[in-house]
Design a protein around this ligand. Sequence first.
Ligand SMILES: [Mg+2]
Length: 412
Amino acid sequence: MMISKNYDVFLFDLDGVIYIGDKALPGAVASLKRLREEKKAIRFLTNDPCVTRETIVKRLHKLGISASIDEVFTAGWATADYLVSEGIKKAYILGNDQLKSEIQKAGIDLTEDQAEAVVIGWDQNITFQDVHKAVNLIRCGASFIAANGDKTFPAANGPAPATGAIVAAVKTAAAKEPIIIGKPASSIFEKVLESFEDKERCVMIGDTPETDIVGANQIGITSVLVSEQNTLFPAKHDFRNPDVVIRDLKDLFDNEIKAEVRKKPDFQWTEQVKAGVAGIIIKESSSVLLMKRADNGLWGIPSGHVEPGETVEQAIIREIEEETGLVVKVSKMIGVYSDPSSQTFIYPDGRVSHFITNCFQCDVIGGTLKKSTEEAMEIRYFDIHELPEHLLPMHPRWLDDALEMKENAFIR
Ligand SMILES: [Mg+2]
């Protein structure tokens, strides 16, 4: 069945899907008209931080597309909404007048003096001094908010630096990660979908894999990429891969084209894959060394990640000494764990990492077991049949694998 029949709610990106500049794209006007006739719900979702919702409505009307303000969600509007929800009263804005007016309309003072937040949008007149002020404010504790993280936008003479490029300058100098408001953030999709219950009847149509498609996959709705090429990323579960690729909006009504809806992943998307290590120390074949992690209060086997310049073996030896005071040697490898469903972690500051954890069995050859360290609130041996309740999710499996290997070795 054609795509249009399978869904009730259509989320459209604007630039590159409905229009480019002041020209509607082929099939866009007629396709939207047909969806209206079929009583479909339509929402427009743009990362453009330079336009108010009113401006978008006017632009669509000019092209012959009907739209109301309530149907339009812009990164600028969502940013203003976020500032209000965070109770922010004063903000310093790097952006154009429309972004400033959107934020001012929400009741926020635009000021550099005692700004509680720095908001990065886009304006071609942003200067080094503006970036410098933003960095200083963030270093002094202001929240760092980005209307979006888009790297480039299409311009007559090739890709031009977009909001994300300005964000990168501020982020590099402030040494802090921003909160990104626009697509692919789930929060903006949640806002749009608030009034629709059945997610299976919702579809996102966009032309940018990193924002439109990742966002749709993250929130668990069908994703349609508008593209001349079948841009596919090598991994099947890469969130940037859409459920279907179409050439233009006319394809929504083509009986031959349907979306192959994949099972939505149960992990957070990250482009960062890191090498991790974990070490199992078993004493007298019946007890195992665990530590209560200072960062989250959960029990776990000693673990960490590989630092530049070291092997996995050197990394686990170092981690165990730092975390417990014991000096160990690696006796054997238990396994390599990489399933993103259990190996993807979200840090309190919003960073996400997918760990490939190399798990080893280790033997103690020296050192003194400490009661606690900077990284561990408590360190002690547990009987393998009486493990603590609050154990990190993957660790029982690692322990089982370690014990099973031991048995196998014994049987052989
Ligand atoms: Mg676009």
